[in-house]
Design a protein around this ligand. Structure first.
Ligand SMILES: *Cc1c(COP(=O)(O)O)cnc(C)c1O
Length: 368
């Protein structure tokens, strides 16, 4: 592949296909697959990723917010799209774009029924979200009767699925907690099906749920991070291929003499003679200040070059004292060799935060 000549996020669609097929191989044949493409498909590119996954016959997409779903529709995606966190202010747009809301409280339910009735819709698909322990969004078990009676009183909407979300599926020390969530969701589902008189799609598992709780795959699973190449454990990561590589180039090399400083606020003061390389990527591109002052590093000609001093808005400086390199050489911030997960750990964060934070000014380049 050609060497980077500017800062790029290179996205390998073959790796995406590999991850999708690996996840599918963990499922029963009839379990549906929902691909979570919120947050620009975890920082890659939601429309390109969704188009590719649609060509692989994925069953469903999910986004967090309405405008993310609208962008997918505008780029020609026809697959059903679940909006996990809809806001009432967007209900007209949501319906006009055939997006399906996750309904998590009575306020949203009442207002969505009002919208659907005013538009004279029939059987518009909605998804009922229940809280089973994450305590973030969702009805509680005690809401079932009141929710179902509102739904039965209108022809405008129909329950397409019932879902909940696991709070600690990657943490095997929390197995009892997760098993309680699974049990609680089973109780809720049974009660809902009885009250509605039909069986909606039931779904509970995110990526780590898929990998760690096969008994809870139910009718559909929802995967985000796994598609993008992370299994949330050293053991599981081996089965995945990170799809995104963040690359840049060396803009300039400096020799820093003993006593001289590098960067804003003299964030680094040298106590010997060193060489630094200035790179065209900074906190505005998604490399936060927490990676500065020696915590984060990049790879140049297969060697680690730690970040020197403070991260600037558009640039970082890295220590290349012991690296044979020149201006214009390619630099790897993360990729298959040092992964986003490893880099994220240097700043006490997780792959999810690093990859979703790569800003839109970084050019996305697709390998097909
Ligand atoms: C983001 C999200 C997911 C995807 O989780 P991963 O850990 O990335 O697989 C699934 N379900 C819900 C409700 C989410 O918000």
């Amino acid at each position: 592949m050609p060497k980077a000549q500017e800062t790029i996020l290179e996205i390998d669609l073959n790796a995406l296909k590999h991850n999708y097929e690996y996840l599918k191989s963990q499922l029963q044949n009839n379990t549906k697959f929902l691909a979570v493409v919120k947050a620009f498909a975890y920082g890659s590119d939601a429309c390109e990723i969704a188009k590719f996954l649609e060509s692989l016959n994925v069953d469903y997409f999910a986004v967090a917010y309405n405008n993310e779903g609208v962008s997918l529709r505008e780029s020609g995606i026809d697959t059903p799209i679940l909006v996990l966190h809809p806001q009432t202010v967007n209900f007209n747009s949501l319906v006009e774009n055939c997006l399906e809301p996750s309904i998590y409280n009575h306020k949203i339910l009442d207002e969505f029924i009002e919208t659907a009735e005013s538009k004279q819709l029939t059987n518009y698909p909605i998804h009922l979200k229940f809280n089973t322990g994450l305590n973030r969004l969702g009805f509680s078990k005690t809401d079932i009767d009141s929710v179902v009676s509102k739904i039965k009183a209108t022809k405008a909407i129909k329950v397409k699925s019932v879902l909940s979300h696991l709070g600690a599926s990657e943490d095997l020390n929390e197995k009892t907690f997760t098993q309680n969530q699974i049990k609680s969701f089973e109780d809720i589902s049974t009660k809902i099906i009885g009250a509605l008189g039909y069986r909606p799609i039931l779904h509970l598992c995110n990526t780590s749920g898929i990998l760690n709780y096969p008994e809870a795959h139910l009718d559909m699973v929802r995967s985000g991070i796994g598609l993008y190449g992370f299994g949330n454990s050293e053991k599981q990561n081996k089965n995945f291929k990170p799809i995104a590589s963040l690359k840049t180039v060396i803009s300039q090399i400096h020799t820093i003499h003993k006593g001289e400083s590098v960067g804003y606020n003299r964030g680094y003061i040298s106590n010997s003679s060193i060489k630094t390389a200035t790179l065209p990527i900074g906190h505005a591109d998604g490399i936060g200040r927490q990676y500065g002052k020696g915590k984060g590093y990049v790879i140049i000609n297969n060697k680690k070059a730690p970040i020197v001093g403070n991260v600037c808005m558009d640039m970082i400086m890295v220590n290349i004292t012991n690296i044979d390199c020149k201006e214009g050489d390619e630099v790897i911030i993360f990729g298959p060799s040092t992964t986003a997960e490893q880099l994220a750990e240097t700043a006490n964060t997780i792959s999810y935060e690093l990859i979703t934070g790569i800003s839109q000014r970084v050019k996305r380049v697709f390998l097909k």
